[in-house]
Structure formats: C-alpha cells, structure tokens
Write a new protein. Structure first.
Length: 263
C-alpha cells in the first residue's frame, strides 16, 4: 500500500475513533451529570399528584353557622376552614348554607332541595348547628319555661334530626357529619341553674340520636361557655363573639382527620 493511502486510512480511522469517543462521553455526561439534576426536580414535585387538590366543607344550620356575633364574619366555620388549610396545605372549598333563625323543621326541608342535595353529595365534611332556636324560641330565655312545651319541642326536634341525618346519608354516607351541641347563654341569669339542666338534657338526647349514625360526631360546647359565659357572648347576650367562636373552632377542627379530606 502506498504511503498516501496509508496516511489517508489512518486519518479516517482517527476521525471515526474521535467521533465514537465524543458520543460515548456525551452519553455518559447525560446519564451521570444531567440525570442527577433531574432527580432533584423530581424530589421537589409532589409525589401524590393524583390526589385531589382541594376538599369541601358544607355548613348547614342556623345563625351560629352564619357566624352571627363575629365582627370578622368568619364564625366558627371560617375559623375551622382556616385551620384545615394550615394543617393540610390544601385549598378549602366552603359552602355555607346557614340561615339565621332556622329551626330543625326548616332544615329538614332544606336538605331535600335539589341544589342542597348536590352540595351534600360533593362534601367531605358537613358541619351542622341546629336546635338552639327550637329550644330557646329564637332568643327568648328559659327562665319562664313550660316543662310540657319544652318536652314537646324536644320530641319534635329529635324526630327532625333523625330525618335530617337519614336524608344526608341517602345522598352521601361517606362524609363526616359534625353536629354541635348547645351552650347555655342564660347561666348568669338563672340562680337556680334550671336552665343548665334543660340544656344538658337536650344535649344528652341529641347525642343519643347522633350515636345512631356511624359517620356522625356530636361535638359538645356547653362546657366551653359554662364558667365565663359573658366573656364569650356577643352584645346580644345570645350569640358567641369572636372569642366564643374561636373556642368552638378549636374543638371542632381537631376532630376532622386526614381521611375526611382525602376522599
């Protein structure tokens, strides 16, 4: 073979070798260098990206659900949602359907409405305050109570409560329902504390109804206001003030567990 041909062959072989060496080096750098960067990005991305990005809280009931007495407008419902957002880092969706002055027979009708049923179906947690207006007659005191009238009111209320829970569970039996018990806003006006006995009896009977439903929780509030009721009442001496709602929210929020907002 002539020298020029040998030289040409040598040059071509060298170029081919350099090309393959370059390709091999590029591949190794891509695998070991760029790959480690990709791993860092994956670690910063939420692993459970298939989980829902929000959870839904539906609030039903009377003026306590509306937050009457709290000048910020949040009430216990708003405070609970804020706590859930902080704890679970999820976007809360809140539907507050509370109605000032609502009694249990009116809530029975409300939960049968098509739009309300749709919102019940979508809820992860359902908060309920009802019964205060049935017992207190929309703000009247119990100091001149009629035992027979209260007994009738309680019987009607318990029947309505059963119907409310049954209707909710027909639409959504997986949502957690939290029903708040009653506090006594008239403790300081009643020297004989008869009103305490009435409210406690009412709460005990209510708790027995709630116990019939596996997805329901009775949340007592009586003790929260018992020793310093005036400190936690609004100027109307009936509804909670901002501090009173905070007491209620601090009791409700811990009862809502991760599985309630993961559905």
């Amino acid at each position: 073979m002539s020298k020029p041909k040998v030289l040409a062959t040598t040059i071509v072989s060298a170029l081919i070798s350099l090309f393959f060496a370059f390709c091999l080096g590029w591949a190794m750098m891509d695998h070991y260098g760029k790959g480690s960067s990709d791993m860092e990005v994956i670690e910063e991305t939420p692993i459970k990206s298939d989980l829902p990005a929000d959870f839904t809280v539906l609030a039903l009931g009377d003026s306590l659900t509306r937050g009457t007495g709290d000048e910020t407008g949040k009430g216990y419902v708003g405070l609970v949602v804020e706590e859930l957002k902080s704890q679970y880092k999820r976007k809360p969706i809140i539907h507050n359907l509370g109605i000032n002055g609502q009694v249990s027979k009116e809530l029975v009708q409300q939960v049968k409405q098509p739009e309300v049923k749709r919102q019940i179906q979508a809820a992860d947690v359902i908060l309920v305050t009802i019964g205060g207006n049935d017992l207190f007659q929309k703000g009247q005191t119990l100091l001149e109570y009629d035992r027979e009238a209260i007994s009738v009111s309680q019987k009607n209320f318990l029947g309505n409560l059963h119907e409310i829970f049954k209707d909710i569970n027909k639409v959504n039996d997986s949502a957690t329902i939290l029903l708040l018990g009653l506090y006594n806003p008239f403790i300081d006006l009643d020297k004989d504390l008869d009103t305490n006995r009435i409210v406690r009896d009412w709460n005990n009977a209510t708790a027995e109804v709630v116990a019939h439903y596996e997805n329901a929780i009775f949340v007592p509030t009586f003790d929260l206001f018992q020793l310093s009721v005036n400190e936690y009442l609004y100027s109307d001496n009936f509804h909670p003030n901002k501090k009173g709602y905070r007491l209620i929210a601090d009791r409700v929020a811990p009862l809502i567990k991760w599985e309630d907002v993961e559905r």
